[in-house]
Design a protein around this ligand. Structure first.
Ligand SMILES: Nc1ncnc2c1ncn2[C@@H]1O[C@H](COP(=O)(O)OP(=O)(O)OP(=O)(O)O)[C@@H](O)[C@H]1O
Length: 259
């Protein structure tokens, strides 16, 4: 559990369009890394390349290497479905399976992989994942009710429980709080702080305070203009990015002068 992620000369394309260019980054295990930058600079595109979700779109592809503890997830012979189990993803809008019960939602990854679990194994996984997602106490008496019956913040924690149930090494989060109220946002931020003890967490956020609150490292991406590729401009300890950035564009962005 919890692996380092290295991108080596990574380019990410939509057909002929080069959306993200020349990314070299080494992301720590057992830490939270934030991706920040203005709209369209490729944060989500790069994030989705980290678990081979990007290539699900027709014509979408990557060039370069993406290493999980030194193993290239794009090597021929690597199964993308296995990669997506090792590198889980939580999306902007909570997306529990609406007709499935809470229990079935948490176990969805196992069902997808065709795993056969005994009742006691399932019970253990459900309790452990919901506890780790700080949701167990709130839902333990309604596990057979549908996932859609929860509040937005609870639904997002259910999605996090679903992601961690399959014991990934890395958790990707694409603006996981942008659809949530401030109280639910704080609950998710607290949870991110706890997840970092066991997982590599990578979060895209537009919220500077959130990046400063939850992450140890921050990567600032930028784009030179429409139609140009996004690039990684600066990557450092979060406190350095926010207080003593090396690049003028980083300073302009974190101080709210653009973006
Ligand atoms: N499905 C797609 N097909 C073609 N181009 C796309 C697709 N999705 C995104 N792009 C383009 O790739 C570039 C990077 O987009 P991306 O969504 O990764 O940026 P972002 O930094 O995450 O933006 P935001 O902060 O607004 O979410 C943009 O030029 C965008 O228009």
């Amino acid at each position: 559990m919890s692996k380092r992620v290295d991108a080596v000369d990574l380019n990410v394309y939509y057909g002929d369009f080069l959306a993200v260019e020349g990314i070299n980054i080494s992301i720590d295990a057992r830490a939270v890394t934030a991706f920040i930058g203005p709209s369209g600079c490729g944060k989500t595109t790069f994030l989705r390349s980290l678990n081979r979700m990007h290539e699900v779109l027709p014509g979408a592809r990557v060039k370069g290497e993406l290493l999980l503890d030194g193993e290239n997830i794009y090597d021929p012979g690597v199964d993308p479905v296995t990669v997506r189990t090792q590198v889980g993803m939580v999306f902007q809008r909570p997306n529990p399976f609406p007709t499935m019960s809470l229990r079935e939602n948490v176990l969805a990854g196992y069902k997808l992989n065709g795993a056969r679990l005994s009742k006691s194994e399932s019970d253990d996984i459900v309790e452990s994942a919901l506890s780790s997602a700080n949701l167990w106490a709130e839902v333990k008496d309604r596990l057979d009710k549908p996932g859609s019956g929860l509040s937005g913040g609870q639904q997002q924690r259910l999605c996090i429980a679903r992601t961690i149930a399959v014991k990934p090494d890395v958790i990707l989060m694409d603006e996981p709080c942008s659809a949530l109220d401030p109280i639910s946002t704080l609950a998710i931020e607290d949870l991110i702080g706890e997840l970092q003890q066991d997982y590599t967490v990578i979060i895209v956020t537009h919220n500077m305070q959130q990046a400063a609150r939850v992450s140890q490292k921050t990567a600032f991406f930028n784009i030179a203009g429409t139609g140009k590729p996004g690039k990684l401009i600066e990557y450092n300890d979060t406190s350095a990015i926010f207080n003593t950035p090396n690049e003028k564009s980083t300073e302009d962005y974190v101080s709210g002068r653009f973006g």
